[in-house]
Write a protein that binds this ligand. Structure first.
Ligand SMILES: Cc1cc2nc3c(=O)[nH]c(=O)nc-3n(C[C@H](O)[C@H](O)[C@H](O)COP(=O)(O)OP(=O)(O)OC[C@H]3O[C@@H](n4cnc5c(N)ncnc54)[C@H](O)[C@@H]3O)c2cc1C
Length: 588
């Protein structure tokens, strides 16, 4: 459906952006505006909020002009805002976007690069033949070609890109790189692709629904369960790795690396099935998980304790603790899952030790209020495919998300008021984050601290899982765990679900302390909220974009983030391989 306001704005935009000299942002954008650019004009991930920022980016990368909006579709009008998807082209390729117009001017604009010109993925009509028709003596069949390629890469032929960590993030990224023709190896220390999920505790099932979790290129079948059990996810990853023809090295541990400034490439040491190898990739991407190693257990007297003490990362199976007095320190996802599993498996007692407040949302409520509009069966019926949902999700700048989410969390609270009253009455401390903006904002800002309730909260309400709140464990002796208020709890087993160090610890260990310091913090946008100090950056720190260390990247997040951003990490790496003449606009 055509729309006059959109058409006029596009015409004005295209006229203005035809040349760097004539751009009149004032007549195109609201005074307060947000332009989220993923690679089109900034060759980086940036959310511009001022005319000066946009002008500076355009000046730096004149090559992107003319930026042109080619078409638009799915116009929506509500509350004085006209919004729609965009197809666009810029100097380096083709892209997509989303605009929200207020009074004929842009309030928010998203621009994303989807293809690099001349390096498009060979899809649809461009797909490869897969064979050589005609008669060829001594033909090497497809499988032999593949085997020869696998034998060469990493030995007689160096990969352009090395992906460290073959969980979902590494696999999705390597797949995108493969489609772009970037020679890549994925290193995975586990025995099989998918072990990253299989090795987790028996009870684990995804807490996010299927519509949010799809993989690029091969979505899950439409009868796949809403919540994927961990082993099923492991098998999916293994299947995906195989059919995507990845150079996926199992039982291969990345042990150390140093950057060769002269050659602008990495010297990497790998232990592959016991054999030490040296690799020289140009680009190095860490996909080793959202966090660093497990945090140390911060209590004295551990050696005296007669029972067992575990970090939650070591937890496997509640059936190992039947009849035991169990204490679980922590109140986020792993702590709740462990408590529920222990109770279901007949532990003698289960006590959760809650040190600070957590965000709790009932799963079915989150499905309706949080995911429903974008990621659900209804969304699909409304024409919101996964690709469209991802673009819509990305189109809201981080600055505007807290207000939006606060409103939704208020609605969810009202919907489940009785549940929250009962949870409060049981003594559990909950909140919706320092500014009331809920789970996703907390995850993005601090990568911590929430639980999507799939049963454990009911156990807390019914006092089947006991609670000890507002205390910090300090020490233990043979039988008791002692707290900072002088109280104590008898235990046979203690689990510390206290989280992980940040990614910089991984860099410190595998590259160097200097590199870790140079790169800086991970996650967070500089909101000024506890755990996410300023200055405001407008984009997540050090994820999916160039870092202060040349040729070093970090990619990861939940399935949705990995799916969406793997595309842009791959394009940036391909762009460097092809020497695209763009310079990333870096945050100040
Ligand atoms: C309890 C729990 C529930 C979760 N539920 C959901 C959910 O419902 N939905 C969702 O989207 N996400 C969920 N997540 C979060 C997230 O999706 C997962 O943590 C996911 O596994 C992250 O994927 P990744 O590929 O970034 O990291 P990982 O899966 O951790 O993979 C990293 C890989 O790197 C390998 N590796 C590490 N170091 C080296 C090295 N030196 N050399 C070689 N290989 C190395 C590891 O063996 C591992 O396979 C959950 C996480 C947890 C812990």
């Amino acid at each position: 459906m055509r729309n006059k306001a959109v058409e006029q704005w596009i015409e004005q935009f295209n006229t203005s952006f035809a040349s760097a000299k004539t751009i009149d942002l004032h007549s195109l954008f609201q005074e307060k505006f947000f332009w989220r650019d993923i690679l089109c004009i900034s060759w980086n991930l940036n959310t511009f909020e001022t005319q000066q920022q946009v002008t500076a980016a355009l000046k730096q990368n004149k090559a992107t002009l003319p930026l042109k909006i080619d078409d638009y579709y799915d116009v929506k009008r509500a509350g004085g805002i006209v919004e729609c998807f965009l197809d666009l082209s810029c100097g380096i390729g083709r892209g997509k976007g989303y605009v929200r117009l207020k009074g004929g001017k842009a309030w928010t604009l998203l621009t994303t690069l989807e293809q690099l010109q001349g390096h498009e993925e060979k899809r649809g009509e461009q797909r490869i033949l897969g064979t050589r028709h005609g008669a060829h003596k001594n033909r090497r069949i497809w499988h032999e070609e593949k085997q020869a390629e696998e034998e060469a890469v990493g030995y007689s032929k160096q990969p352009y890109c090395l992906v460290v960590g073959g969980g979902q993030a590494g696999i999705m990224l390597a797949t995108r790189l493969k489609k772009l023709g970037v020679p890549t190896i994925v290193l995975e220390k586990n025995k099989r692709a998918g072990d990253s999920w299989r090795n987790r505790y028996r009870f684990l099932t995804l807490h996010d629904p299927i519509w949010y979790d799809h993989f690029p290129y091969i979505p899950f079948p439409d009868d796949w369960p809403i919540f994927t059990p961990k082993n099923k996810m492991g098998d999916w990853l293994e299947m995906y790795t195989t059919v995507m023809d990845l150079n996926y090295w199992t039982e291969s541990r990345f042990t150390k690396a140093a950057f060769d400034e002269t050659k602008q490439e990495w010297e990497v040491e790998v232990l592959r099935k016991g054999e030490k190898l040296a690799l020289r990739p140009t680009q190095l991407v860490f996909t080793t998980g959202a966090y660093g190693p497990p945090k140390g257990i911060p209590i004295k007297g551990k050696k005296k304790f007669k029972g067992r003490i575990y970090h939650s990362s070591e937890y496997q199976d509640g059936r190992d603790f039947t009849g035991k007095r169990c204490v679980v320190v922590g109140s986020a996802t792993s702590a709740h899952d462990i408590c529920q599993d222990l109770w279901e498996c007949g532990a003698k007692s289960v006590t959760m030790v809650q040190r600070s407040s957590s965000i709790i949302i009932k799963s079915e409520t989150l499905l309706e209020y949080g995911f429903g509009e974008l990621y659900s069966e209804q969304a699909l019926k409304n024409g919101i495919t996964t690709d469209k949902a991802d673009l819509l999700f990305a189109s809201t700048p981080y600055k505007l998300l807290p207000d939006q989410h606060r409103e939704v969390y208020q609605q969810m609270y009202e919907h489940d008021r009785e549940f929250y009253e009962q949870l409060g009455a049981a003594g559990f401390h909950f909140d919706f984050g320092e500014d009331g903006s809920g789970l996703l904002m907390r995850a993005l800002r601090t990568a911590s601290g929430y639980y999507i309730d799939v049963g454990a909260s009911e156990l807390i309400i019914q006092k089947k899982v006991k609670l000890k709140t507002g205390v910090t464990p300090e020490r233990c002796d043979e039988e008791f765990l002692y707290f900072d208020d002088g109280s104590k709890l008898a235990a046979d087993v203690i689990f510390f679900a206290i989280g992980y160090h940040s990614m910089d610890k991984v860099i410190e260990k595998l590259i160097s302390k200097e590199t870790a310091e140079k790169v800086g913090r991970f996650w967070g946008i500089g909101s000024g909220i506890k755990g996410d100090p300023g200055p405001w950056e407008g984009e997540l720190r050090n994820l999916w974009k160039p870092t202060k260390q040349s040729n070093l990247w970090f990619h990861g997040g939940n399935l949705h983030l990995s799916r969406f951003y793997s595309k842009y990490v791959a394009l940036q790496i391909k762009g460097r391989m092809e020497q695209v003449k763009m310079k990333p606009v870096m945050p100040k």
